[in-house]
Design a protein around this ligand. Sequence first.
Ligand code: ZN
Length: 132
Amino acid sequence: MPKKRRNNGRSLKNAGHGTPVHCTHCGRIVPKDKAVKRYTVRNMVDASSLRDIKDNRAIENFVIPKFYLKLAYCIACAIHHRIVRVRSHEFRKIRKVPRVFVKREEDKRPAQAPKPQAAAATTEAAPAATNA
Ligand SMILES: [Zn+2]
């Protein structure tokens, strides 16, 4: 039988058994190595309320706390909510990190002159990002 993915959609590297986690959306139990994991940082209040609070605060430099969430989705929910997308046979072979995540990491780094290799890598990753 041909295999759809060489890792069978899992990152279980000879570990035997994956720790079960609950899907954030539906509650289904899914192995941790198979789950689609996303780390999100959200504001506790929406943008308009945030502006009102900043205008009426009593303490200067008060930072409103944020939610730091580690989300784990089952595959069905990840596909349904477009967190990951179905990729064609050729695009499944591309193992490069999607451009969305690469760009965020570059923003965090201190300002540097862009390398010519990095620019070439982003253009190569572009077809994968459009399909992913
Ligand atoms: Zn789910």
